[in-house]
Design a protein around this ligand. Structure first.
Ligand code: NAI
Ligand code: MG
Length: 481
């Protein structure tokens, strides 16, 4: 970790922001200042894009897929070697419980392993045409890719985006979130240590409306990948539109867990709880609505309430069910939802508890279960980004599908039923990028294509589909006579 505020890496060189300004980083568990970041601005972004362009033209686009594969494998191994250190950095920086941070680092290493293995398996197509012709579609890298990621899973999102991007032969300028990015800084160092050439991976720390906006509006970016709020997603698209830059957007969700009367309660309950409290609800694919069939509503909610009431919140070091939220801003946002729910008379069925030793300067909120929640209430419509679960009643299969689809989002869905026909009927009618039957995959599944429909965004990350996303088809036709 650079001990100074030289947290910007351009062309393999660490430097401070061109304007010399900095950003203080505070630990969510106790509010203490733990680091200072360089506050990159337009000049830094210009330099970083220039470096990425040069590295693409001169170096990376000339490597073979096998060479890229070996470098990404080496980075995966290096991340695994440094896993304990990286997990500590991630837990302190984000406030997430240690075991979750450890899991995130293992998943990050796995992303580099997966895309190292996939790099040289990407193949194009040949197309039957007229006699005397040979037509083919090659998959080519897009070029220079801009990445802007949020603070909830800095390490994992670095793996999810950078591994696929570099495997496909692109170079990148990476703008992590100002609230949490220390693991990303360390992994950028590791990437250079294992021999990823200078300029292939450029890192610019900074604020969204400065470094982020400069990157999204840059004329020399070939493809822009953003994960974060729908509001900023709109700004990204507007900025990219000026240069017709294609985008991929992952903008969160209001993902439903649909529990039918024949569901296996013992299987469903722990998964439904984990899907809302993981990372203290700060997960794009959090299962934040539980839709329950009327005939089992009381019984299921009672069992759910027992589990929610038993949940404990505390510092990342205490390693309890939940850590703090990332910032005072996010805490105020979540508390606003809770206060309005109380004011609107939405019954609060259960609430977890705060570890008495938790620091009063930390951004803590207890997990809560509200219900029954009206389908039009904001708890059923808006992404809270906290450990708040909304229970909703439905009558039959068609009603469940209607409610599931009745939000602006469409990221993930879970379906709980033992009826095979119903499993498939509902899976096909729910509008979402991923659907799980008798399970829920939030966060996992490096191999599984991931992304949204509707307001959850577009484009796919993870899995082999991500490699296609980071490439573009070029059709070549030969008239060989
Ligand atoms: P945000 O969307 O403002 O931040 C995400 C990233 O975008 C950060 O790197 C930030 O620096 C950057 N950014 C902000 N403004 C920008 C701009 N004008 N141009 C370019 N980049 C910009 O998210 P924020 O404010 O931290 O969280 C607010 C809400 O957004 C959360 O409560 C949650 O609902 C949602 N969110 C969803 C995430 C997801 O995984 N889908 C992740 C983070 C937030
Ligand atoms: Mg913001």
């Amino acid at each position: 970790m650079p001990s100074t505020t030289k947290t910007i890496c351009i062309d393999g060189q660490w430097r401070a922001g061109a304007q010399g300004q900095t950003i203080d980083v505070h630990a969510p568990s106790n509010g203490e200042k733990i680091a200072m970041l360089a506050r990159g601005t337009q000049t830094d972004i210009d330099d970083a894009v220039g470096s990425a362009r040069k590295a693409f033209d001169d170096v990376w686009s000339k490597t073979t897929a096998g060479e890229r594969s070996r470098l990404l494998s080496a980075l995966s191994a290096r991340i695994t070697d440094c896993a304990a250190e990286l997990a500590e950095i991630e837990a302190q920086d984000t406030g997430k419980p240690m075991r979750l941070a450890k899991n995130d680092i293992a998943t990050t290493a796995r992303y580099f392993e997966f895309f190292a293995g996939a790099a040289d398996k990407l193949q194009g197509d040949t197309i039957a045409l007229l006699n005397g012709y040979q037509a083919m579609v090659n998959r080519e890298p897009r070029g220079v890719v801009g990445h802007i990621i949020p603070w909830n899973y800095p390490a994992q999102m670095f793996g999810r985006t950078v591994a696929a991007c570099l495997a496909a032969g692109n170079t990148t300028v990476f703008k992590p979130a100002e609230d949490a990015c220390l693991s990303v800084i360390r992994m950028t160092e590791l990437a250079h240590e294992v021999g990823i050439p200078a300029g292939v991976l450029n890192l610019v720390t900074g604020l969204g409306h400065e470094a982020g906006a400069a990157l999204a509006s840059h004329h020399d970016i070939d493809y822009m990948s953003f994960t974060g709020s729908p509001e900023v997603g709109t700004e990204i698209q507007k900025a990219a539109a000026a240069h017709h830059t294609p985008c991929a957007l992952e903008l969160g969700g209001k993902s439903p867990q649909i529990v039918f009367e024949d569901a296996d309660f013992d299987r469903a309950l722990p998964v439904i709880v984990a899907a809302i409290i993981q990372n203290t609800g700060q997960t794009c694919s959090a299962g934040s609505r539980v839709l329950i069939q009327r005939s089992i509503y009381d019984r299921f909610v009672t069992a759910l309430a027992r589990r929610i009431s038993a949940l404990k919140v505390g510092s990342h070091l205490a390693d309890l069910d939940c850590g703090p939220l990332i910032s005072a801003k996010q805490l105020a946002r979540v508390q606003g939802f809770i206060e309005r729910a109380h004011a609107d008379g939405v019954p609060c069925i259960a609430k977890g508890s705060l570890d008495p030793s938790a620091d009063s300067r930390g951004h803590y909120v207890e997990p809560m279960l509200f219900g029954p929640v009206d389908t039009q209430h904001e708890l059923a419509q808006h992404e809270v980004f906290g450990p708040i679960l909304a229970a909703i009643v439905f009558d039959d299969e068609q009603h469940a599908i209607e409610i599931a689809n009745d939000t602006p989002f469409g990221l993930i869905a879970g379906i709980w039923t033992e009826n095979g026909g119903r499993q498939m009927r509902v899976a096909k009618q729910v509008r979402a990028g991923q659907v799980y039957i008798n399970g829920y995959g939030a966060g996992g599944g490096v191999e599984l294509p991931f992304g949204g429909v509707k307001r959850s965004g577009y484009g796919r990350s993870k899995g082999f589909e991500a490699l296609r996303e980071y490439t573009v088809g070029k059709t070549i036709v030969i008239n060989h006579g």
